[in-house]
Every structure is written in structure tokens, then in C-alpha cells.
Design a protein around this ligand. Sequence first.
Ligand code: FES
Length: 317
Amino acid sequence: MANDTVTDLIDQQTWLDPVADWLQKATEATYGATGDAGQQVKNLLSGTWLGHPLHPAVTDVPVGAWTVSLILDVLEAATGERTYGVGADVAQGIGLAGALGAALSGLNDWHYTVDRQRRVGIAHGLMNLTAAGIYGASSVLRATGARAWGRRLSYLAYGVAVFSAYVGGELTYGMRLGVDHAAEEAPEDFTPVVDEAQLADGQPRKVDASGVPVLLVKQAGKIYAMGEVCSHLGGPLSEGTIADGIVTCPWHGSQFALENGAVVNGPATFAQPCFQTRVRNGKVEVGPRCVAEAAAAVTGTMPALAQDDQAVTGARS
Ligand code: FES
């Protein structure tokens, strides 16, 4: 298949690895050095505040603007009408400004990747950089009166940008970068998973509830259950840390509220599925999804929940 051929070819380009190594380390070091402010930027660029990855939305700006620019360039070339050229120049400039936002959000998303995703991702970024560079040169030519050559460069840049967009689509839809990695399934009914006595306070534990991997945490007398697989890139939440009603993923530090699975801090953008729990005959049981989960995409929403000695839950309607 054509998409496999392209990504296979990119995946063979091992010379990309040193570049990727350097860029990932530089990005992580920048975030690390900027503390809370860096975390806020991470949340912003990831789309944590939006409940959806930001990058795909931002990329519409350059692709759309450059498409308009292409049409107006063709009209100027065909009619000699300068007004079309003015519109093309403006659209091209808007596309370049939008490309900066797309580059920053894309770099943020990409710097967590490994292996094939990493190579295809950096190739996608370098192609976009090439397209932006050619558009920049085109803008200079246009400004100096060499409009015909400026248009020709723009046609070339558009071809590079479209091919890069195709590779970006493969990265998302084919290689699942930016999609929700949390398990879709939920137990249909309450299922006993572990003796309550075996659940130590504040210690995350992975259990199996009718084939669904679940993170179980007991804290301050409440028992919480959520999907074990991190929605960001599939990290094991049971190997993360628990503090103040929040679980932190061991892979990239996304934080989720135990109460309802809401994303407290990115890079995750999708909430974790949370499940109802109860204790019957000394056994902890995990049941269907929390009804309150619908509110979980809103960062920091942690509704107060009731507790009793038979049905103990940190996440139930
Ligand atoms: S897998 Fe990336 S934060 Fe969990």
C-alpha cells in the first residue's frame, strides 16, 4: 500500500536519529528548566485545555491559507490582474504565521515519540520546515518584484506541504499519534477483582475486570477505579505515583484525577475512563463506567462523592 511504502521508506532513514535525539532532549530540557510555566505551555500546546489535541486544528491555518494563495496565484498568472496577487501575498503570509503555531504544537506532540513514530514525525516536521522556507523565499521574491518566480516557488512549496500533510495524516490515523489510547471497554456488570484487605492505602494496583485492565487505588477510605492504559500514549498508570487524589503517569507525567479521570495536567488531552466500585463480602468489585465521567474532560472537576460501607467509590454517579 502507498502509505506503508512511504512510511517504510522514511523509517529506513537512520540518519534522522541524531537529529531527533538532539531535538527531543532540547525540548524536554526546555520544559524541565521552566517548571510550572513549562507545564502550562505543555498543556496549551498539547490541547489539554481543549480536551482534544491542538496540532490538527492549528495545521488547518497554513494548509487553508496556502490553498487560497495557490488559487489566487493561478488567477493572477492567468489574468495578469494584480489584485489577485495582493490577496495571494496576504494569504501566504497568514499561512507562514500559522505554520509557526503548527510547528510548536507539532514539536510538543512529537517529542514524546519513539521508533517509527519518531522518524516519520521528524520527517514530517522537516518537510514542513522546507515548505515554510520555500514560501519565505517566495515572499522575498514577490517583495522584490520577481512575482513570476515567487509564484513558481509557492507552487513547489505547496506540493511539499501537501505531501507532508499526507505523512502527518498517516502519523495520526495509521500510527495512532494523538488518538485516545485508553481502552474502550468497560465491565458490563460488577466484577470481583481483589480482596479489599489486599489493597494498601495509596498503592496503585493493576487488576483485571472481565478482561478490562483497571487501575485500582484506595485512598482515605475510598476506592477508585480507572482505565489502566494512559490515554496519551498507552503508559501503565499502575506504575505511576499517587498523591492528593491524582495519579501521575510514569511515562510522560500526565496527571488524572482519581475521582473522575479528568486530565489535571498534560500532555494527555483525553480523560481516563473511570469505573464504579463497591465492596461486597470483603471483595472489591469494579463495575460499569461512572455516569459522572461526562464531566471528566474538564480539568480539575472533582465532584464530592458519598461513601458507605457497602458501596465505596471514588467515581460513581
Ligand atoms: S503515556 Fe504519555 S503521559 Fe501517559
